[in-house]
Design a protein around this ligand. Structure first.
Ligand code: GDP
Ligand code: IMO
Ligand code: MG
Length: 435
């Protein structure tokens, strides 16, 4: 059984690192591209010759005809949104339906999940969620009141599967106007589900067979380690395991089915939503990062909070996921800054400096970033395809970044398009990407 070629792509910060670009870039070398957690809170952008595609639930191998697209059991799915996504892809010439397999174990995002998410976000304990019902859907799964895609194949018992969770939400919210009665909800769900019924199947079995046959598998993480429900900045996180553990529970494959892990990080830091972010720059520098980097959410359009590259959180993510190499994205956004910074540790109120990532929300309070400042560069890196073509200051910056994170750079991205990037000598991706 060939596992060596199977590769995981995981976000190392707070999401939106550029996972979509890297998955699309590598996909031609893989037979299967698999999502294993998250839902349409994800927005993965792929840019081809200036044309942009935003993928939310369809794996980012969508643009490659030879890729089979698998939505694993750990994913939560909104079928109405999926229908729109497929339509949009089809209208642009990418028929993916025939290549799509949806796990019977994946959970359905239902209208009352969305209502509950939005109701909570209107209260005092706001997380700044995407409002897509992700949290409540995973809650219902854990509370054993969830509804799986496989349940759609048993329409006669569907209302009974949905009722317990639906009733609990009504109990809490009263009868919100935007929520249909259960009977109508079931009817509408069955209608929305009809075109998808032939796509529902045994994704775990398919992947196991693929692994046995040695067909290469690319695993596409959504969100990122600092948003992981266990290893992120709890409670300001999403509701799934976006780090490596989620890959195994979300596919049903064992760890020995995985070869390598590529961790994706921006050359600076961003975050959408509330929660700790010691690197955040609330000044003109942060504003410039946001404007130059177009740091507005792919899913919700919200402005992203921006700051210098945060070494400790990225090192934590590398340890959590056993990252073999880094893909550093959006280096070009730093072009033209007089000075660039890397957060190397956090200073507490008593003057101590630590590289430890706190485990409790309260312990983040009062932490100030310890910043190593380096000279910026004026010659553009945008579109660079060889490291040798980068200005020496940019190379020096990347060297410090590698040292701080204690992980080598395996790919460097210098623009949104497929072609814009460099493959360092010695990268484990050699052979997968053109030099
Ligand atoms: P994902 O959620 O991790 O897939 O990332 P998103 O797609 O939400 O956000 C990344 C954004 O950065 C997208 O708009 C990409 O097109 C863009 N992008 C990716 N790599 C680069 C790069 O190297 N340079 C620039 N300027 N933009 C990039
Ligand atoms: P991709 O895959 C960035 C954030 C939300 C919020 C928190 C919880 O594109 O990197 P949720 O709706 O999941 O309950 O929201 O997580 N969040 C993301 N931030 N990129 C994402 O996905 C995100 N998915 C969720 O902003 O802070
Ligand atoms: Mg995104």
């Amino acid at each position: 059984m060939g596992a060596a070629g199977n590769l995981a792509i995981l976000g190392l910060q707070w999401g939106d690192e550029g996972k979509g670009k890297v998955v699309d870039l590598l996909a031609p070398r893989f037979r299967h591209v698999v999502r294993f957690q998250g839902g349409n809170n994800a927005g993965h952008t792929v840019v081809v010759k200036g044309e942009s595609f935003a993928l939310h639930q369809v794996p980012s191998g969508a643009l490659h005809e030879g890729c089979l697209l698998v939505v694993g059991g750990g994913v939560v799915l909104n079928l109405e949104v999926l229908a729109l996504e497929l339509e949009r892809l089809e209208s642009r010439g990418f028929a993916v339906r025939e290549r799509l397999l949806l796990s019977e174990k994946a959970h359905l995002i239902l209208p009352h999940h969305i209502a509950l998410d939005r109701w909570r976000e209107g209260g005092r304990n706001r997380i700044g969620t995407t409002g897509r019902g992700i949290g409540p859907c995973y809650e219902m799964k854990a509370a054993r009141m969830g509804v799986r895609l496989g349940d759609l194949l048993h329409p006669e018992t569907l209302a009974d599967r949905i009722r317990p969770g639906f009733d609990e939400v009504l109990h809490l919210l009263g009868s919100p106007e935007d929520l249909p009665p259960l009977e109508r909800l079931v009817q509408e769900l069955l209608q929305a589900a009809t075109p998808f019924l032939p796509l529902i199947g045994d994704a775990q079995g398919r992947l196991f067979e693929a692994w046995k046959r040695g067909e290469p598998i690319l695993f596409e993480g959504a969100q990122a380690t600092l948003l992981d429900i266990d290893h992120g900045t709890y409670p300001f996180v999403t509701s799934s395991n976006c780090s490596l553990g989620g890959l195994f529970t979300g596919t049903g494959l064992p760890p020995k089915a995985l070869g390598r892990v590529l961790g994706i990080a921006k050359a600076y830091t961003t975050r959408v939503g509330a929660g700790p972010m010691p690197s955040e720059l609330l000044d003109a520098t942060g504003e410039r990062l946001r404007e130059v980097g177009h740091e507005y959410g792919t899913t919700t359009g919200r402005p992203r909070r921006c700051g210098w590259f945060d070494g400790p959180i990225t090192a934590h993510a590398c340890r959590t996921n056993g990252v073999d190499g880094l893909a550093i994205m959006k280096l070009d956004v730093l072009d033209g800054f007089g000075e660039v910074g890397i957060v190397t540790g956090y200073r507490d109120g008593e003057g101590g400096v630590s590289r430890r990532v706190p485990g409790c929300a309260q312990d983040w309070e009062g932490l100030r970033p310890e910043i190593r400042r380096l000279p910026g560069w004026s010659a553009p890196t945008r579109g660079a395809r060889r490291l040798a073509d980068l200005p020496p200051e940019a190379r020096a910056y990347l060297q410090v970044l590698e040292e701080v994170v204690e992980t080598p750079i395996a790919y460097l991205s210098t623009g949104p398009d497929r072609e814009e990037g460099c493959l360092p000598g010695g990268s484990f991706l050699q052979g997968l990407l053109p030099a």
